[in-house]
Every structure is written in structure tokens, then in C-alpha cells.
Design a protein. Sequence first.
Length: 562
Amino acid sequence: MNYLMKIVKKNKLLVGSYLLLGILLAFLENFTASYFQTLINKFNDRSLTASVIIIYAFVLVMLCVLSYLDEYPGRKLEHGIFLDLKIEALKKISRVDYKSYQTMGTGKLVQRIENGASAGKSMLFDFIFELTRKLIPSILFSMIFIYRINKIIMWVILIGYIFVFIVTNLLLKRLYRIKEHILLNEEEMNHFLVRGFMEMVIFRINKRFNYEIEKAKFAEKEIVGSKVKMTLIHEAFFTIFELMVISVKVAVIVYGWITKSFGIGAVVALISLVDNAYIPIAIFNVLYVQYKLDKGAFKRYTDFLDLDNDYQFGKGKMIPALRGNISFYGLKFLYGNRLIFNNLNLTVNSGEKIAFVGESGSGKSTLIKLLAGLLKPGGGKILVDDYDLSRIDLNSYYDYIDYVPQESSIFDGTLRENLVFNKNVDDKEIVNVLNQVELSGLYYKLKDGLGTELGEKGISLSGGERQRIALGRLWFSKANIILLDEATSAMDNITEENVMNHVMDLLKEKTVIVTAHRLNSIKNFERIVVFKNGDIIGQGKFQELLENNPYFRELYYATVNK
Ligand SMILES: Nc1ncnc2c1ncn2[C@@H]1O[C@H](COP(=O)(O)OP(=O)(O)OP(=O)(O)O)[C@@H](O)[C@H]1O
């Protein structure tokens, strides 16, 4: 509910005018029905005057004009709430704790956000607003007008309300279970769709699509079956309800006929007021059932919004500058209960060029992610200059650090966006950088130049091209700590050497940490740190390690002999 209240507060003017307009409309609708009684009675006994007709016409015109004006705040809120809730999800991703992010499945999550945003909009706009501005005022006004005509009928209608409410709650229990089943299967369905789109090549070559389609079809069968069942239960309720309203209307006519207590105007007005009293309750029930069911979908969405945030955003020290000294003291880190580092110590000096090497799984990327502030140490400390990293606001830290991750860091956007994000940079400057990372050949072949769309994860590029674009970003960065995690692994040796010469030239004043498996590529680094099972088992220059460190020698000959 907090998230919905936040939206109400943000739009308080629109919400206020929408609610007031609704209440005014509800009053006018019931007043029209009641005033119609006066008009008919006067018409019947030939005492009708022009002023009565003018008042009646005026109210009808007002109803028409106000209903139209009502559309403005109504539609703005309706569409705005849905999209605001989706944007809230994107804001969440910008701050969510990295460990939770790692376990999210995109397909299921996107569907959960879609269902949740739609449910939230429906809870606020279709239920709470509708109840406040229309249903409650309508029921109250119609009751007041009915009471003025006949008290007994008002009580009969009220008892009817209670009956309807009890039946609705009985139905709800069954509907909940069906709705939960639908939501889970919708997420499942999207999971198969998204992974089918994203992993097309793997699935096609492994002939997995038939299996995926079968799974999606099963989810489809469950969704369709459950939706049909839900509609039938809903509709059964309305049929019963409709029959009840017909009975009340007939009873009003019979009662008036037997007791001879009302004139023709009163009968017409009562029939119309019974509708005015029951239509809102019918609508209330549809919305109430929907509201209760939406709560489940909305909870799944808010569970995501309630995930822990990275505590270092918006909190901690803002740093004015970083020289680039780094120290790890007694660092401990666990993935769940899996110990990765226990008491790791390492110092990197400002401007130093360091390479992390070691067998796959030895912890190199984890250490880089810890230094990037994505993962948090389970013990010990990371100092950057003299600041304790855990006390720095990451928004401030990210002005001084740049990170090229191991996995593709190209996003669905243009070549220009992928190089400079939203910075205002001259085309010439960008083309010059493309030359530095040996991409000018590719660039001149692109029909749309810097405006070329690179596709999801840069699918239209080769692995090496993707890596060179990611490295090209460094030319537009002011950071002075640079972390390159296997940033050249997909390039051929010659391209790697040429590009890295330019990159290292660019970064000569900066602190640079790279991880690499091809040990030839880090021959000239000032220091190489050798990792094994989360421990540092050697440090030094390339030649020293080759002579003195048997494990490094083993690693080196394993790569050159390939
Ligand atoms: N999200 C995670 N949850 C649990 N364990 C993880 C997670 N990410 C990595 N690990 C484990 O942590 C260990 C260290 O992984 P890390 O990626 O740091 O190794 P690495 O030295 O960079 O390997 P590579 O050279 O293959 O990239 C590995 O055993 C890996 O399985």
C-alpha cells in the first residue's frame, strides 16, 4: 500500500479533482432520478411549469459536461499509475543489492512487474478511487432519495446488500487459488518466451525448442483453463445478482399496487433508484473481487520492490578525489556458505598496473566485483586511498572507477550510446577512438554509422568487436581506477596486442587491474598476482614468476602449448 500512497501523494491535485468530480456526478445522477419523479407527477396532474423543465434540463446538461471533464484527470491517472509502477521497478534495479540481482530470472521478473503494475493500477484506480468517488456516494445518495419515498424499501435493499456481500466472500476463497495458479503460470510462460528469444542459438543447436514449446503450451493450457473457470464463477454470481434485482423491482411494483401507496412518478423513480442503489453494489462486487485478487499479483511485485537495496547508495561519504591506492586487509568473502576468500591481503599503489592470474574459479572476478562495490566483504576491509570502501557512497565512488566486466557489456542501443552513453561528444572524437580500438574498418562498413543499433547484448557484433567497444568507453571516462576483467579474451593475439598498447598508453597515469588467462598478454605488467583457490600464492614480474613460481610456470606453459 505504501507504494500506492506514494503515487497518490505525487498526484494529489489530480486525485483530489477526480474524486470531487465523481462525488458531484454521483449526486447529480441520483438527483436526476428523484427529480424525474417530481416532473412526472406534475406532468400527470397538469401542474408542470417551465422552471421544472429548465432545472431538469440544466441538471442533464451539467451531467453531460462534467462527465466529459471527468475524463481528463481520469485518463491521466489511469495510464500514469500503471507506468509509474513500472518505472518504480526500473528504479529498484538501479539500487538493488547485487547478490539478489544475480539470482533474478528476467522472463519471470518482467511478467511479475507487468502483472503487478496492472494490479496496482487496478487496485488504486478501479477500486479505491471508484469506491470513494462513485460507489459509496451513489449508494448513499440513492438510499437518501429512496428513504424519502419509502423506508421499508430502503431496509429491503440494505438486507440485499448484506446477502450479496456474504456470497461474494464465499466465492473469493475459491477465486484466490485460481488466480494464484494463473499468475504463476503467466510468469512461467514468459520465462520460456524470454529464454527462447535470448538463447535462440543454444536451443536451436541443442534441438531444445520442441521441449521449450511443450513447456510453454502446458503453461498456456493452465492459464486458459483457469481463466475460463474464473469467468464462469464470476458470471454465475452476476446471474444470481441480476435475478435478485429483478425480484426487488417486481416486489416494488407489487407492493405499490397492493398498498396503493405510491403514484406513477414514485414507481418510476423507485425502479430507477433501485438500479442506482444496486448497480453500484454490483460494480462494487466486481471491483472488490478483482481488488482482492489483484492484491496477490501486487504483493508479488512489491516483494521485488522490497528486496534489500545496496546500502551504499545515497548513504556514506562523498569523496572529492581518488589517487587510486587500493588495499585489501584480512578480506573474507563467502557466496552463501561457500568460502571464497579467507584473510586475503594485497596492496596496489596509485598508478600501478597489476594483472590477476590463476585457474578458473580461483576468485579473480570476485575480487574485482568486491572492489567495484558490487559485492560486500564478509570480513576485513577494502581501503581506497585512505577511505574504507564500505563507508563511501557508491554514486560518488563511481566517478573514479571504471569496470569492464567479463560478460558482454554491450546493451541494446546504438554504437554511439554504447561508447559514450548520454555524454555530448563530437562524432569526430568518437571515430578517432574507434580507430584506437581497431574498429574503424567496421565503422566505415556500417550503413547508419554511429547510429547503428547493436541489438540485444550487441548480437550484431563479434565477441572481439564487443570487447573493443567496451574498451573504447575508457576514452570517455574520467575514472582513475580501471578494472578490466578478461576484457580482451575474445580477440586474436595481434588485435589484442595493438588495442592493449593504445589502452595502456591512455591509462598510463591510472591504477589498472586486469584479469587474464592468456599470460603472454600481461608480460609487461608491473606486477602479476597469482591466485589459487582464493589465496595469493605469488607476486612479481613475469620473468621472476616464471623462474620462481612453479604454479605460474604450469599456467604459462599450459597456455602457450595450446
Ligand atoms: N553468484 C555466485 N554464487 C555462488 N558462487 C559463485 C557466484 N559467482 C561465482 N561463484 C563461485 O565463486 C568462485 C570464484 O569465482 P570467480 O568468478 O571469482 O572466479 P575467476 O577466478 O574469476 O574464474 P574465471 O577465470 O573462470 O573467470 C567460483 O568457484 C564460482 O563458482
